[in-house]
Design a binder for this molecule. Structure first.
Ligand code: FE2
Ligand code: FE2
Length: 196
């Protein structure tokens, strides 16, 4: 699959991706999404690819100190006000980006339905939503994801990997969970986590 068809969307969203290290998170999660799409041919490639690309652009509207303090290090951070706010802003900015790049209203609606509530809604709506959620998680098992996220949470790489290991049962697809397990084993080796 030629993913260059999404290049105009990347360009249009670039400013928004320069917040919260989303210029690292999103390309990595986008690549995981392509892998999961290859394994789930019944999912919609455009909807999933556009949803993962745009799901976190709403963080651009939140002050970085607030993102870390309330969005990551507060009690019950997944239900914090800034979490809800970044989803609503993601829908607003995502709609603008998709309109500017010529996508139809039906694509925009389907993408925004996934973005809205991606962190705060307990259950996914359907397979496209499940693929997006697993892609969003998978980068956390990579060395790069751990390097970024352990700073957000203010913990060591080892503590962070233990944290994401405990989240393995939360994967929505069997393929997603298997990919995460394999990546995590590799990461533990590379980062010497049996010692550090
Ligand atoms: Fe998010
Ligand atoms: Fe994300």
């Amino acid at each position: 699959m030629d993913v260059t068809r999404y290049d105009p969307v990347w360009r249009e969203a670039e400013t928004y991706l320069r917040a919260r290290k989303n210029d690292i998170h999103i390309p990595l999660s986008f690549a995981w999404c392509q892998k999961l799409l290859d394994l789930h041919p019944q999912a919609d490639r455009d909807i999933c690819s556009l949803a993962i690309l745009l799901h976190d652009i709403g963080w651009h509207s939140v002050d970085q100190a607030k993102i870390i303090g309330e969005g990551f290090r507060s009690k019950n951070f997944l239900q914090s006000d800034v979490r809800y706010f970044h989803e609503k802003e993601g829908v607003r900015l995502g709609t603008q980006v998709l309109r500017a790049t010529g996508w139809s209203d039906s694509v925009i609606d389907a993408v925004c339905e996934i973005i809205d509530g991606h962190d705060t809604r307990s259950a996914p709506h359907h397979l496209n939503d499940r693929i997006m959620r697993d892609s969003d998680k998978l980068w956390r098992y990579e060395v790069t994801g751990i390097a970024v996220a352990c700073d957000w949470f203010g913990v060591t790489p080892h503590a962070y990997v233990d944290q994401v290991e405990a989240q393995l049962p939360k994967f929505e697809t069997e393929h997603g969970r298997r990919l995460a397990e394999a990546e995590m084993a590799d990461t533990r080796r590379k980062l010497m986590l049996h010692v550090l």
